[in-house]
Design a protein around this ligand. Structure first.
Ligand code: HMG
Ligand code: MG
Length: 305
C-alpha cells in the first residue's frame, strides 16, 4: 500500500499540555531526548500560547533551546498569534504550527475568537514566517465532530484547510480533537479535503477517545495520506475539549505499520523506554495498548528468569 510513513510525534506538546501537574522543563527535555534516541524525526516540543491558558506549556522556550542542537530533526511549536511568533523565533524556532478550528464553538473555547478572526491573526504570522524562511504547519481541529457544536461538515473542514494552505502552510493536519470519528467518516472527510488540498500535504491527527484512531488511520492510509501525528504512550488531550483523551499512541501506530512492512524509522523498544520514563514522571501507566502489552511481556519474561 505504501513503503514509508512520516510520524509527527506530538507527545511533548499535545501529550503533556493536559496533565494536571505540569511536567517540569527538565522532564520535558529528557522526554524529547528519549524520543530523538528512538528515531523520531519530527517532534512537537511545546506551545507559545498564554501561560494563563495552558500553564503546562510554560517554559517551551527553554525546551526548544535545549534540544535544537540536533541536526536533521524538526522541532515544531504551536503559535497562536504574532506575540507567540516573536517568542518562538526568539527561542530559535524554524518550524511552527498555527491552529484553527472547523467549528465556531471550539474556536471560541480554544483561542477566544471566531474562525475568521483566527485566520486574520494567522495572516501576519504567515507573512513574517515567509520572510524569515520559517516553515508553517496548519492544524484544523474538530474535523469529525465538535464538543460544543456537534456535527462538523467535511466541506467546512475543507474550506478552513484550503484557507490555511492558501496562506502558505506547507502541510495541513486534520485533528479529530475529541476522537469521535469512524473509518467511513474519516475516509469521506479525506476525500472531501483532498478536493482542496493535495493528499501529499495532508496529515492525520486523531485522538483515540472511542478507540477508533487506528481504524481511521488505516482508512486514511488507503486513501493515500502518508503523515500521521501521534503521541508516545497515547498521553494527553486538549484542555479545551471536554471528554477528549490522548492522541493515538505512537507505539500502537508503529506496531501496526511495522506489521504492514511500512517504515517509520522509529525503534519500538526505544520508544517504549521513552514512554515508560515519561509515564513514571507523571505517575500513570500509559493508555497505549501496545505499550501495556510489551511491558507485560517483559514483566512475565523477568518472572521466568
Ligand atoms: P486572548 O485572551 O484572546 O488574547 O487569548 P489577548 O491578545 O487578549 O491576550 C490575553 C493575555 O494573553 C494577555 O496577557 C496577553 O499578553 C497574553 P495579560 O495582559 O492578561 O497578562 N497572550 C500571550 N501570552 C503568551 N503567548 C502568547 C500570547 N498571546 C496573548 N502567544 C490566546 C488568545 C490564543 C493567546 C489564548 O486563548 C491561548 O493561549 N489559548 C490556548 C490555546 C491552546 O494552547 N490550546 C491547546 C492547543 S490546540 C490543540 O490541542 C488542538 C490540536 O492538538 C489539534 C487537535 O487535536 O484538533 C492542535
Ligand atoms: Mg490534538
Amino acid at each position: 500500500m505504501v513503503d514509508e510513513v512520516r510520524i509527527v510525534e506530538v507527545g511533548p506538546r499535545d501529550g503533556l499540555q493536559n496533565e494536571k501537574a505540569a511536567v517540569p522543563v527538565e522532564g520535558r527535555i529528557a522526554f524529547v531526548e528519549s524520543l530523538v534516541s528512538a528515531g523520531c524525526k519530527t517532534i512537537e516540543v511545546g506551545s507559545f500560547v498564554s501561560p494563563k491558558a495552558v500553564p503546562q506549556m510554560a517554559g517551551s522556550d527553554a525546551v526548544l533551546r535545549a534540544v535544537s542542537h540536533h541536526s536533521g530533526i524538526d522541532f515544531p511549536v504551536l503559535v497562536p498569534n504574532e506575540k507567540g511568533y516573536e517568542a518562538a523565533r526568539a527561542a530559535g524556532a524554524t518550524l511552527i504550527a498555527v491552529f484553527a478550528s472547523a467549528s465556531e464553538g471550539f474556536s471560541r473555547a480554544n483561542i477566544n475568537c471566531s474562525i475568521a478572526e483566527s485566520i486574520d491573526r494567522f495572516r501576519p504570522v504567515l507573512a513574517r514566517a515567509r520572510a524569515d524562511g520559517v516553515r508553517v504547519r496548519g492544524y484544523v481541529s474538530c474535523v469529525l465532530g465538535c464538543p460544543f457544536d456537534g456535527e462538523v461538515k467535511p466541506a467546512a473542514v475543507a474550506a478552513v484547510a484550503r484557507t490555511l494552505r492558501d496562506l502558505g502552510c506547507y502541510e495541513i493536519s486534520l485533528g479529530d480533537t475529541i476522537g469521535v470519528g469512524t473509518a467511513a467518516r474519516a475516509r469521506r472527510l479525506l476525500r472531501t479535503v483532498a478536493g482542496e488540498v493535495p493528499l501529499g500535504e495532508i496529515a492525520m491527527h486523531f485522538h483515540d477517545t472511542y478507540g477508533q484512531a487506528l481504524a481511521n488511520l488505516y482508512a486514511g492510509l488507503e486513501e493515500g495520506v502518508r503523515v500521521i501525528d501521534s503521541a508516545a504512550g497515547g498521553l494527553g488531550g486538549c484542555p479545551y475539549a471536554p471528554g477528549a483523551t490522548g492522541n493515538v499512541a505512537t507505539e500502537d501506530v508503529v506496531y501496526m505499520l511495522d506489521g504492514m512492512g511500512v517504515s517509520t524509522g522509529i525503534d519500538l523498544p526505544k520508544l517504549l523506554d521513552a514512554t515508560n520514563a515519561i509515564s513514571r514522571l507523571i505517575g500513570r501507566p500509559p493508555p497505549s495498548r501496545v505499550a501495556t502489552a510489551l511491558n507485560a511481556s517483559v514483566a512475565s519474561r523477568n518472572c521466568e528468569t
